[in-house]
Design a protein around this ligand. Structure first.
Ligand code: ZN
Length: 269
């Protein structure tokens, strides 16, 4: 059974959602440490690094690794419930992002491993997960090998993040990559997987998250009739709990109807 984390820009939902939530570093870091109003975690949650926005805007990580690790410790203390996992300061490999950083896929893969190693050593009480990054099938296989050489056994990890997934047009390409990694015994978390992707290969993911509902609502100016009638909020439903939960229902439906079964495929590295 795939666990779905509903992405949100509203940490306050930790107190009312009663479903697993996915919240980014940048969203959580807007709250003051020790403040009376820091949302308390009464539900399962996991934390994202927000790497895409960071690299897209700055072409590098502008958050120091000690600041990042320290902040995640503070989130854990303030929220009161440890996250199921937290992403390291990973480096995604979309061509658009590579153009921004001026680095190669290999560089991004190396820096991602460096971050996992550093954060696990310096901040051992937070549940950092290794994240696989790449663009082609060969890239992901190569990153798997890089992790092995760095002393990781990813098949023995409770969870491995699968990055550079959410901005892809082709779901069949990522489906093949998920199938390959799943066949190697990896328990994967798919970052920002689309509904169509979940329908196809969701059953091969241990967990997934999505904030697509919020982007879609903002971009499309979507407002539910109920929200308009009740005047529930200003503007579209991009931060609307009701709309988010309706999206979550669609995700669970997609996950319940897999169309493609995993095969013990073997790809040469
Ligand atoms: Zn709404």
């Amino acid at each position: 059974m795939t666990c779905f984390y509903l992405g949100t820009h509203r940490p306050r939902w930790l107190e009312k959602a009663n479903v697993p939530l996915f919240i980014s570093y940048s969203t959580l870091s807007k709250y003051k440490h020790g403040g009376d109003h820091f949302p308390k975690g009464l539900t399962l949650w996991a934390g994202d690094s927000g790497a895409y926005s960071e690299l897209d805007e700055h072409g590098e990580w502008t958050v120091d690794q000690d600041v990042y690790g320290g902040a995640v410790y503070r989130f854990m203390e303030d929220i009161g419930t440890p996250p199921m996992f937290f992403s390291p300061q990973d480096w995604m490999c979309e061509p658009h992002i590579l153009a921004k950083t001026g680095l190669t896929v290999r560089d991004h893969q190396e820096y991602t491993i460096d971050s996992v190693v550093y954060l696990r050593r310096e901040f051992p009480h937070a549940p950092w997960i290794p994240v696989l990054q790449g663009w082609t099938m060969q890239d992901y296989l190569h990153h798997l090998e890089m992790y092995r050489l760095a002393g990781f056994d990813l098949a023995a990890e409770p969870l491995v993040g699968l990055g550079s997934v959410c901005r892809r047009q082709s779901t069949s390409e990522i489906g093949a990559i998920v199938t390959m990694l799943h066949s190697r015994g990896l328990r994967l978390h798919g970052f920002g997987v689309k509904l169509k992707g979940l329908e196809k290969y969701g059953h091969m993911l241990t967990s997934a998250d999505s904030l697509a509902w919020s982007y879609d609502a903002r971009k499309g100016g979507i407002k539910l009739v109920e929200c308009a009638v009740e005047n529930a909020h200003i503007g579209p439903c991009n931060n609307c709990f009701r709309y988010a939960m309706q999206y979550r229902d669609k995700v669970l439906e997609a996950l319940a109807s897999p169309k493609q079964f995993s095969m013990p495929l073997e790809f040469s590295a």
